[in-house]
Structure formats: C-alpha cells, structure tokens
Design a protein around this ligand. Structure first.
Ligand code: SAM
Length: 217
C-alpha cells in the first residue's frame, strides 16, 4: 500500500505520545514526526513495523533510524524556519522528510549508490523536494557551504574537520562520535571563524560513517 490512511495517522499519534514520554519536548519536531508517513519508507512487506520505536533494516546493511533517535537529533539541531541544513546519510529518506517539515532548504548525501537511487525515486514519488547527492558525506558538500546546521546520521570515530569548516558562524553540527559499538551524541557550535564549543549528550548505536573523514574502508 502506498497511501496514508486514518489508521496510519492514529499509529503516528501513538508514536508521538511515546516520544513525548521518552523526553522529546520540541512541539515542532513532534508535529513533524506526526506528519511524515514513516510506513512509506519501508518495503510493503514490513510496513507493520513502521510505527514501532525501533530502527529497521533498509537493505545494503543499513537501517532507518529509530524514531526516538530521529526526534532527538532533530531537536538538538534547533532548526529555524529558513535554516540551510545538510544531512550526512540519506538512507531511506525519512529523516530528510522530517527536516523538510521544518525548513525548505535540505541537502542530503548518501554513500551507497543503490540506496541513493531508491531513495531519490521515493522522494520524487512523494513530491518531497530535497537536494540529494551521492558521495562521501564525511567530506560534506563544500560547493554548497556554508550550512546553518549539519546532521550526521552515522557513527563517526572523530568530528570530521571538513564538516566544521562548512558550518556558518553561529551554526551547529549534531553528530554521534565514538567507537564501532557505541557513540555519544555531540552538538558542536561554531562560535567564531576559529572557535568551536562542544556539548556531549546520550549514548546511541549507529551504523558506521564510512569515507575519508569517517571509518576509512
Ligand atoms: N537518515 C537515514 C534515514 O532516515 O533512513 C538513516 C541513516 S542510516 C542510520 C546511516 C546512513 O549513512 C546509511 O544509509 C549509510 O549508507 C550512510 N553513510 C555512511 N557513511 C556515509 C558517508 N561517508 N557519506 C554519506 N552517507 C554515509
């Protein structure tokens, strides 16, 4: 089934209440989760899993992140209505569509060509207009910088310097940093051309950020 329905909207309301109970406070983020039909980012055979608060395989060894993680990272971005935002790790395109509910200027880059192509077609079919790219997002998108916000949806061994350089002064990078098993969520703010401040939050478990400034293959 490729449509939204009364039943799916009900399941989303229940999911939003669950995320609220788990500590998500930003009403705009909760409204975005309540709007984007997560089941349309799943293979039809697995749509019954779409409104559980769980990550799920999307092929090519990758996952669609848990809704709590999507909401947590989006809340940390503190998006303003016209922020220019870069997402590293398009995956299924779900997080990208949540971002599009909050700002029209969304750039997203995916490393795996098969996922990129599948998601490009999915977003076109859903009439969602993000700027999608295929390549090594650990290097950012220098030709489209600077960005107000950068979101990394894969676990990184360090904070990639190219991403810091592509932040506007006053802008923020949200990124999980750690080893192959667990990562701490970090929010890095560019305070001036040369100064950055850093806050460290909860522990998560992401698939690895590959590429030159990630886990080099
Ligand atoms: N945001 C996605 C969603 O809503 O479905 C979930 C992302 S999944 C947890 C992480 C994604 O990061 C995978 O699709 C993976 O292929 C991608 N990835 C890993 N390294 C990357 C890199 N260097 N550049 C771009 N994407 C990368």
């Amino acid at each position: 089934m490729h449509t939204d329905s009364y039943r799916h909207r009900g399941l989303r309301r229940t999911l939003v209440e669950e995320l609220r109970r788990k500590g998500i406070r930003d009403e705009r983020v909760l409204a975005a989760i309540g709007t984007v039909p997560r089941h349309l980012f799943f293979d039809p055979a697995f749509q019954a899993h779409a409104y559980q608060d769980k990550a799920f395989p999307i092929g090519e060894g990758q996952t669609i992140s848990q809704p709590y993680t999507v909401a947590y990272q989006t809340e940390l971005l503190r998006l303003r209505p016209h922020d220019r935002v870069l997402e590293i790790g398009t995956g299924s395109g779900y997080q990208c569509c949540v971002l599009l509910e909050l700002t029209p200027q969304v750039f997203s880059i995916e490393y795996q060509p098969v996922l990129f192509e599948r998601t490009r077609k999915r977003l076109a079919a859903l009439h969602r207009a993000a700027h999608l790219f295929c390549g090594d997002g650990s290097l950012g998108l220098p030709q489209y910088a600077p960005f107000d916000k950068i979101l990394v949806t894969a676990g990184s061994p360090t904070i990639p310097r190219p991403l810091l350089r592509q932040l506007r002064v006053g802008g923020a990078l949200v990124i999980p940093v750690g080893d192959a098993h667990t990562q701490r969520m970090m929010r890095v703010v560019r305070e001036s051309e040369e100064e950055f401040s850093r806050e460290v939050f909860e522990e998560f478990r992401f698939v690895p950020l590959l590429g030159q400034a990630g886990w080099n293959e």
